[in-house]
Design a protein around this ligand. Structure first.
Ligand code: ADP
Ligand code: CP
Length: 313
């Protein structure tokens, strides 16, 4: 039987936990731990393509650029996205290579600078809602908004953050090259931070735009374009739950699209946290694939059907 291709989307906690300082050492230590779990999947015989978030990192890079603009020219947000993609991919490439060597499953790990096509007319450009950077109190966030002209918003009950436009991904520009790399036996890290947002002009050329694409939504698009067998969204909870955080909380293990539609209608999944993951998983399953939402440290068990929430038609 040919190997199954799994598109793995790594959540923010896999790189930086909410209360940690965003220094290199903290992020690299987290990435090293995450790569132990990714290496297990490779060892268990899956082809893996890894994508990841960049919200905290792209926000920090943007702020560095803005604060230092009197000394060195500031780069636009799409360039900051590219920087964050390269920085995170470097950590993962290094950590995954080292872990695969350690466990005796050496493989080539390669990262692709990936662009995501979006529409210049996407209504998200007039309605910024993607949180980036660090968390603030409401008071600090409103002060920064007044001083610097930022748009700020409350982020899923966790504090206040700067928000930027997050258009819908239409297509992953490098998907054909990613397929070639998978077929060549490489482990591919791609589409990090949702991909660098670009718009296509009438003459076929692309131009970067200032936005940050949601990594779960672009992960779904990439999974579709590379015809992945399974789309796994790794986060910090073992399952998707109904009545999450309440006394009658219940873990979902296997769920059909019809059941999921009911839960969505009941408002079971918070916008800004579980909501986008459910949206992406639903879309992938609707096309006939298997989507799994599970905890990073149980990814191998989830692929065996022993953990996580599995969404199918
Ligand atoms: N119905 C739900 N089931 C499980 N987790 C939920 C639910 N609703 C909200 N959440 C929250 O979603 C979080 C995962 O989303 P998020 O923090 O955005 O993930 P990541 O940064 O890993 O991409 C969980 O830690 C949990 O607090
Ligand atoms: N781009 C993106 O979705 O990043 P986070 O997952 O870190 O918010």
């Amino acid at each position: 039987m040919s190997k199954q291709t799994v598109l793995v989307a790594l959540g923010g906690n896999a790189i930086l936990q909410p209360k940690q300082e965003a220094n290199f050492q903290n992020q690299y230590e987290n990435v090293k731990t995450s790569c132990q779990f990714l290496a297990k999947l490779v060892h268990n015989g899956y082809n893996i393509v890894v994508t990841h978030g960049n919200g905290p990192q792209v926000g920090t890079i943007l702020r560095q650029n803005e604060e230092a603009s009197h000394v060195v020219p500031a780069m636009p947000l799409d360039v900051c996205s590219a920087e964050s993609q390269g920085f995170i991919a470097y950590m993962m490439q290094q950590a995954l290579h080292n872990e695969l060597n350690r466990i005796g499953s050496p493989k080539h790990v390669v990262s692709v600078v990936t662009r995501t096509e979006v529409s210049a007319d996407d209504p998200a450009f007039a309605n910024p809602d993607k949180p980036i950077g660090v968390f603030y109190s409401e008071e600090e966030a409103k002060k920064l908004s007044a001083e610097k002209g930022w748009t700020v918003a409350e982020d899923a009950g966790r504090g206040w953050r700067r928000v930027v436009p997050s258009p819908t991904p239409l297509s992953i520009v490098e998907s054909a090259s990613i397929v070639d790399l998978i077929n060549g036996g490489h482990i591919v890290i791609s589409c990090g931070g949702g991909g660098i947002p670009v718009v296509k002009k009438a003459d076929g050329s692309y131009q970067g735009v200032e936005a940050v694409v949601d990594k779960d939504r672009s992960g779904c698009k990439l999974a579709e374009q590379i015809q992945a067998d399974i789309f796994v969204i790794l986060t910090d909870v073992e399952h998707v739950y109904i009545n999450y955080g309440k006394e009658n909380q219940k873990a979902l293990t296997n769920v059909t699209l019809e059941e999921l539609e009911g839960y969505i209608a009941e408002g079971q999944f918070s916008a800004g946290s579980m909501g986008p993951k459910i949206e992406a998983a639903y879309k992938f399953a609707k096309q006939g694939g298997t989507a799994i939402i599970c905890a990073l440290n149980k990814a191998d068990l989830a692929l065996e059907g022993k953990s996580g929430t599995r969404i199918t038609q």
